[in-house]
Design a protein around this ligand. Sequence first.
Ligand SMILES: [Zn+2]
Length: 142
Amino acid sequence: MEYYTCWLHHIWQLDYWGISGTDHPKRMKPGLINAWLECRCPHCRTGKVFPGPAFHPVRFHQMNESCPDCGKTFIPEPGFYFGAMYVSFAFTVALMTAVWLFLKVLFDPAESVYISSLIGSAILLAPLSFRYSRMIWLYWFG
Ligand SMILES: [Zn+2]
């Protein structure tokens, strides 16, 4: 679903006054947290940063070079996302700590189960770690 900002609907609150004969969409521009969660442009909060689905096996990493709605660039300078690797590292450490604690508290399995679970969870959630580390970097420094 696409988001639109409609000044008329926003300012006059037409639904509140019982005027519903307009074609204006109900959803307004999303808030900062929702825009970040949906991987949308930090400037206009409507354009998608990643054109494809997160769990596409080959294209999960592809980014738009600029916002398809407002044109703001998502790559301000070469190597901009180099620092996002540190964020991704923090995500992976947090994930592995959570998986390790979960296994330790509930099951206390053999070492091979720990190793395979930690590696498997890190590989399975790598697309999300990749995307949200870049989104944090883009929202902070972009
Ligand atoms: Zn935009």
